[in-house]
Design a protein around this ligand. Structure first.
Ligand code: SDX
Length: 428
């Protein structure tokens, strides 16, 4: 494999090293480019051809549809692991022993209270507020009640901030849902597992004993694992660049939540269900929506389809599609929207427009069908994505901080006005 690249500009040649990763991915290291060429940089809108960092956390192969967390396949983790041990794996690099996992969970439980004054901030939101906006705001507000989490340079201080956030984030996510449904806030129960406690905080009724079907917790646990990390996607890159200014973990995650909210990113799971519902209302006319998706004059996109990296099936979509059938069968639910989704997928996979552009279902295409079956409101779908992605964001932030990476500050090519003199208003 090549170990260097040569660039020739105006007859002068410049050599740059090529780095090779553990899965044989290669990148031209251009750290010296601007200095060596007297100011020439690169430009790459959307960073489609640009690596931002070297990372040991998650590996994707878009052509082969491979996803691994710290070397373990997503298929194995979804089948054999639980969400909390997957979180530990992503953040610290190894699957935990029983003792390590028990201590991790105990440390999280010890931080699961949220300051009562945070409720005054929640009260300030209208019921119509989108839960992702509430979650981002409350995550940032947490800083005021946990100031020791901001300036963290030692691993011990980072660990303290990490367990605080893993403990309080599900509480805030559940609060966002209870606010939407005008229900009293629930304090959770530290005798429950991490995911079961999150479910209780979302669904427990104050005047009834909390009971839940184990299949529901298993389905949520699997979905959270599947969403836990995805290398340098839009929201993770946001977390890393905000964290690179040493703004602190909570502020970095709050920014990541806002990036995930967008319908081209995590917000797609809500947009998929809204699209499938529209098709159902429209008599199930999938062909009309396929035509809209292909019409360049029409801004409509087939939500839940396509991916910047996967040019084959998103392995998570495959797992979620099977899980959707299983959950609906276990819960005895018939959802016509699942059949519409399968019909759309079949049509798209046979349509040259989608085949030529390698557009396959992504993680967001089927996940909403399971969330609906679990009575999770559609505006909470992206919050569920954020709860799943939290350990990945934390792992990537920690790797960036421990790696002492420089502040992120891209360059540009200026295309505005050249120097001109100020004109008095009477002369304009
Ligand atoms: C996530 O990056 C990650 O890892 C993200 C994620 C994670 O885990 O963090 O995997 C989670 O965000 C999944 C993606 C969820 N978003 C959607 O489902 C929204 C619909 N999909 C698209 O908007 C789009 O596919 C993106 C945003 C996902 C990817 O966009 P790209 O890589 O910038 O591709 P592009 O927009 O340049 O599209 C290439 C071509 C274009 O057509 P041409 O100009 O070549 O003719 O494909 C077309 C696009 O118009 N296209 C679609 C389409 N997606 C791409 N056409 C119709 N419907 C679509 N969904």
């Amino acid at each position: 494999m090549a170990d260097k690249a040569t660039l020739t500009i105006d007859g002068k040649s410049y050599e740059f090293p090529i780095i090779t990763g553990t899965e044989k991915e290669q990148a031209i290291d251009i750290k010296t480019l601007r200095g060596a060429t007297g100011g020439i940089t690169t430009i790459d809108p959307g960073y489609k051809n640009t690596g931002s960092c070297e990372s040991a956390i998650t590996f994707l192969d878009g052509e082969k549809g491979i996803l691994r967390y710290r070397g373990y396949s997503i298929e194995e983790l979804a089948e054999k692991a639980d969400f909390l041990e997957t979180a530990y794996l992503l953040i610290f690099g190894e699957l935990p022993t029983k003792q390590q996992l028990d201590k991790f969970h105990a440390d999280i439980k010890s931080e699961s209270h949220v300051d009562e004054d945070m409720k005054k901030i929640l009260d300030g939101f209208p019921k119509s507020a989108h839960p992702m906006g509430v979650l981002s705001a409350l995550t940032s507000a947490l800083i005021a009640f946990n100031p020791s989490t901001v300036n963290v340079d030692s691993e011990e201080d980072m660990y303290a901030a990490i367990v605080k956030l893993l403990a309080k984030f599900p509480v805030l996510a559940a609060w966002a849902m209870r606010k939407k449904k005008s229900q009293p806030l629930d304090y959770g129960d530290n005798s429950l597992g991490y995911v079961e406690n999150f479910h209780k905080m979302m669904f427990a009724k104050p005047n009834e004993e909390y009971k839940v079907d184990k299949a529901v917790i298993e389905a949520i646990d699997k979905l959270l694992i599947l969403h836990a990390d995805h290398e340098q996607n839009c929201s993770t890159s946001t977390v890393r660049i905000v964290g690179s200014s040493h703004a602190g973990l909570f502020a970095s995650i709050s920014a990541g939540i806002s990036a995930l909210w967008g319908p081209l990113h995590g917000g797609a799971n809500q947009a998929v269900i809204e699209m499938l519902e529209a098709i159902k209302e429209d008599g199930g006319d999938t062909k009309k929506y396929m035509a809209k998706a292909k019409d360049k004059e029409d801004p409509f996109r087939l939500m839940g389809f396509g991916h910047r990296v996967y040019k084959n099936f998103d392995p998570r979509a495959k797992i979620i599609k099977v899980a959707a059938d299983d959950v609906l069968t276990q819960l005895g639910i018939e959802d016509p929207v699942l059949d519409i989704a399968k019909g759309l997928e079949k049509e798209a996979l046979e349509d040259p427009y989608f085949v030529d552009r390698k557009l396959y279902p992504n993680v967001d295409f089927y996940s909403g069908i399971i969330y609906r079956a679990l009575d999770i409101p559609v505006e909470m779908f992206t919050v569920m994505f954020a709860v799943g992605r939290l350990p990945g964001w934390i792992a990537q932030w920690r790797e960036m901080r421990l790696g002492k990476e420089p502040i992120g500050r891209p360059r540009q090519v200026y295309t505005g006005e050249n120097l001109r003199s100020f004109k008095e208003v009477s002369e304009r």
